[in-house]
Design a protein around this ligand. Structure first.
Ligand SMILES: C[S@@+](CC[C@H](N)C(=O)[O-])C[C@H]1O[C@@H](n2cnc3c(N)ncnc32)[C@H](O)[C@@H]1O
Length: 321
């Protein structure tokens, strides 16, 4: 099992513009430490790397990996928490003014490929889907306590699924009849309900959108993202960068709007730096447009195909236009 970090080269290029050996770096979604292990190598003895993840297993795994693969004298602080709590985490640690803050949303390959976590419609597992599997209601509990109206709204809004009402009705009936106990039971009911309605060649599994919606619901993902993008820009030191990778339009919309609101010339500097990529139209980086993965990366890591990297840089005190 391996989680390939998305747009690693681009993230590191942004980080290098802001980070010094004695900087503070914060990774809000450390996951498998795919980005952090490289970010750590930018730090010297006075540097601090703070890694955060909601998932206790991710914290344990990444702390070990960073210590092994990026040994150094910098300080490593690993915290199991929501990235919405980053301002409080830094305050509690007595740390201020990070030079670089990263968030790479969604689930990791570790979570997706561990059947017991219940994220995958391809692997048999319990109806769980909690990123923090020590707290909060599991998917099963939420489904037992919802109604068709609420569930249809979740599936429509968070999955952008046009057959939301039918799917919700089938799931509620299946739960009542005790026919849905596992992820595969759930995927099957969705497939039976909408596969006959899908026209043309099927490009995605019929359960894809509903599973995404249920995951966002269980973890209240959009609320956390809103809080994160509202609060983190103010934490940055002058010249510091906030970099955010999104994977679907709901996440991206929140980030785009929050950044647009913040990118006032007196506060944040829109940089026109070309950090990659061969096939990008010229000037893409100076207009607030997101950075997309290159063709080669998408071929090597299909998970990256919908990724967008957006970033904000805080103006330096002097010298910046
Ligand atoms: C795509 S993975 C990150 C992968 C990582 N950048 C790497 O390359 O190994 C996303 C991670 O974010 C975590 N996560 C999602 N929402 C979170 C939240 N609100 N607070 C903290 N962690 C969160 C998930 O548990 C998961 O481990």
């Amino acid at each position: 099992m391996k989680h390939i970090p998305v747009m690693l080269e681009e993230v590191l290029s942004l980080a290098k513009d802001s980070v010094r050996p004695d900087s503070v770096i914060v990774d809000g979604t450390v996951g498998g430490a795919g980005h952090s292990v490289h970010l750590a190598r930018l730090l010297g003895p006075k540097g601090i790397l703070v890694v955060v993840d909601r998932d206790p297993e991710a914290i344990e795994r990444s702390e070990k990996r960073i210590r092994e693969e990026a040994p150094g004298e910098y300080e490593l602080i690993a915290v199991q928490d929501d990235f919405a709590a980053i301002p409080d985490i830094l305050k509690a640690e007595g740390i201020d003014a990070p030079s670089f803050i990263l968030a790479d949303f969604g689930v990791s390959s570790f979570q997706l490929e561990t059947p017991e976590r219940g994220f995958s419609f391809m692997l048999e597992g319990p109806l769980d889907m909690r990123m923090d599997n020590t707290a909060g209601p599991r998917l099963f509990t939420l489904l037992r306590n919802t109604d068709e109206e609420e569930l249809a709204a979740v599936i429509r809004e968070y999955g952008e699924e046009r057959h939301a009402r039918r799917i919700a009705r089938a799931i509620i009936a299946g739960m009542k009849a005790r026919e849905i106990e596992t992820t595969l039971d759930l995927a099957e009911i969705i497939e039976e309900t909408i596969a006959p309605l899908q026209r043309g060649p099927m490009r995605i599994h019929p359960a894809t959108r509903t599973f995404q919606a249920l995951r966002i619901w269980v973890n209240q993902e959009l609320e956390a993202i809103s809080e994160f993008v509202e609060s983190t820009p103010d934490l940055l030191e002058p010249g510091g960068t906030l970099a955010v990778i999104t994977f679907h339009s709901l996440e991206d919309r929140i980030v785009k709007l929050a950044f647009k609101k913040r990118a006032r010339p007196e506060l944040f500097l829109p940089r026109d730096v070309i950090i990659t990529k061969d096939e990008m139209p010229e000037g893409q980086f100076d207009t607030g447009k997101p950075i997309r993965p290159g063709v080669e990366e998408i071929m090597q890591n299909p998970r990256s195909r919908s990724a967008k990297l957006r970033w904000l840089r805080k103006k330096r005190e002097t010298g910046d236009e």
